[in-house]
Design a binder for this molecule. Sequence first.
Ligand code: GRF
Length: 184
Amino acid sequence: MSVKVGILLSGRGSNMMALVEAARDYDIALVASDKPDAAGIAWARERGLATFTQSPKGIPKAEYEAAIHAALVEAGVEIIALAGYMRLLSEAFVARWAGRIINIHPSLLPKYKGLDTHARAIEAGDAVAGCSVHIVTEELDGGEVLGQAEVPIVPGDTPDSLAARVLEAEHRLYPHVLAEFVRR
Ligand code: GRF
């Protein structure tokens, strides 16, 4: 039986779309978001996927995360794939799903953890940039790296032009790494 994956996102969801389009070795059991109006949620709904949204506004973080956790469990989710999910998960949440949450980050980790990765890579004069899929631990962008893809940084690149090139690499890398991860 196929492993059930839950995807958490906050925005446009292009990585989620890539994971959905490539789903063969895994099933997308739930697409969940902290942003009820996220474009990715509308897309998932149109595709007939199960979705869940819970705004964290006005409720304690533990309550917000308990709602997400319950929805994931109810959907039978075994592995969580973060795809542009812009909130830090608490230590308690990560501990509950220890070793079963993965994330895609737009840099060649361990370089450029956190935000503004493309601007930092250009600023540093790097010749290559890229993306990494890693296991989520309590340390931000710090868990075991499962796979990476490189792209060149070319003269005249801006953070936006580089982000677009890296994003294409993300869409190829993430489904491939997730398929390998569910097999282990
Ligand atoms: C991607 O750049 C990803 O690396 C980062 O957030 C962005 C999400 O984009 N974690 P999308 O919502 O998947 O289009």
